[in-house]
Design a protein around this ligand. Structure first.
Ligand code: NAP
Length: 270
């Protein structure tokens, strides 16, 4: 029987690429997004349907789940992917900016997961895959709040896996390294005069690293592998950078690791 995946944040980047990859493999795809017009290019695929879903709007989540089941008969995999990054000097970030970052990256993931759970629990089958990040297990400068959302997602999903296993619900986190998508363009960037010798230079160094980053297909393939993995494995790295850095973090002392991150990101700072 043809399987169905519901993807959040499928308008661009990793979400869109994953929608196309799964459709190409013969899956039914519910490509959900905040702005339906952004899904126009996906409508030509007969096994992709586009539905409106904002991860901060619980009624849109319920509606998209119902519409997906009505269209395809079932949902087998939820892919929590929507997200963005608040970046810069923490001191200068407003409460509103910090709240929006958590509302999207953490409470958004919880909202969609909570909405699908009764359905997966009753059918005693389902897989919840979430785009975390290598930044859910390690950190870089200027991304303190973004990292705290991804570390929250890692802790949330790592704990959740225990209570869901008796219902045969699998929990899987994808940890990409830097990936060339709209991510770099959608950053909410904040700085302040007191940080003028640090923030702009480090921010530029971080942005430069996206230029040589792999495309979203690297992540889509890993999501596909996770979706078809019948084991209860929790974590999947995506990209060489992520696999290498997470390995190095595990085997060397913290201070050495922080030194590597400093030399890579603080180039040009006197
Ligand atoms: N690119 C990287 O280097 C990288 C690395 C590690 C992890 N990630 C993670 O990968 C995920 C996807 O990012 P991406 O790289 O593909 O960036 P992207 O191209 O900017 O895509 C982000 C997607 O999230 C959607 N989104 C944002 N807020 C939303 C909300 N409230 N409700 C529903 N959708 C929302 C965006 O929709 P709109 O089009 O409406 O804005 C867009 O579809 C994110 O969780 C990100 O943290 C990215």
């Amino acid at each position: 029987m043809t399987k169905t995946i519901l993807i959040t944040g499928a308008s661009t980047g990793i979400g869109k690429e994953t929608a196309l990859y799964f459709a190409d493999k013969g899956w039914n795809v519910s490509a959900t997004m905040r702005t339906m017009a952004k899904g126009a290019g996906l409508l030509k695929y007969k096994n992709i349907r586009v539905f409106q879903l904002d991860v901060m709007d619980t009624s849109s989540i319920q509606q998209a789940i119902q519409d997906t089941i009505a269209a395809f008969g079932a949902i087998d995999v939820l892919f929590n992917n929507a997200g963005y990054a608040l970046v810069g000097a923490f001191e200068a970030m407003t409460q509103e900016q910090i709240k929006k970052q958590f509302d999207t990256n953490v409470f958004g993931v919880m909202n969609v997961t909570k909405a699908i759970l009764p359905y997966f629990r009753e059918k005693k089958n389902g897989t919840i895959i979430t785009t975390s990040s290598m930044g859910g297990l390690i950190t870089f400068p200027l991304y303190s709040v973004y990292h705290s959302t991804k570390w929250a997602v890692e802790g949330f999903m790592e704990s959740l896996q225990y209570e869901l296993k008796p219902f045969n619900i699998k929990v899987k986190n994808i940890e990409p390294g830097a990936i060339k998508t709209e991510f770099g363009n959608s950053l909410d960037f904040v700085t302040a005069d007191a940080y003028k010798n640090y923030v702009p230079r480090v921010h530029q160094n971080m942005l430069d690293s996206y230029e040589s980053a792999p495309g979203a297909d690297v992540v889509a393939k890993e999501v596909y592998k996770a979706a078809n993995d019948s084991s209860f494995r929790l974590r999947y790295t995506a990209s060489f950078q992520s696999t290498a850095l997470l390995f190095i973090r595990r085997i060397i002392p913290n201070n050495w690791f922080f030194g590597i991150i400093r030399s890579a990101t603080e180039k040009g700072i006197k």
